[in-house]
Design a protein around this ligand. Structure first.
Ligand SMILES: [Zn+2]
Length: 103
């Protein structure tokens, strides 16, 4: 009888994360890491920001799905709504906006 642990033997599989929008599990490298800064969700482009992260396919349709199902407050464990305008700007290619520091 095959032991469950055998399936994880070697640990060579790429780390996977679930997209908070479409809920599909994908290699971590395919997903955009998002972090919360106060009441904003911001793209963690270098993967270095501290704190709890959420993963999203870099597509506006997944962002919209995540917003519609209120996935961000759940992912970041906050009660209120979060501003995703910087994530949207990033996905729409407006890098000037997405890199702006919240004031
Ligand atoms: Zn997705």
């Amino acid at each position: 009888m095959r032991r469950h642990g055998k399936l994880e033997y070697g640990g060579l599989a790429a780390p996977q994360r679930t997209c908070v929008g479409c809920r599909v599990r994908t290699a971590k490298s395919e997903l955009l890491r998002l972090v919360r800064v106060e009441d904003q969700v911001v793209p963690d482009l270098r993967g270095r920001l501290p704190g709890r992260g959420a993963s999203l396919h870099p597509s506006t349709s997944c962002l919209e799905l995540a917003e519609r199902r209120r996935a961000f407050p759940r992912a970041f464990r906050v009660p209120g709504p979060l501003d995703v305008s910087r994530v949207r700007a990033h996905l729409e290619g407006d890098h000037e906006m997405s890199c702006r520091t919240p004031s």
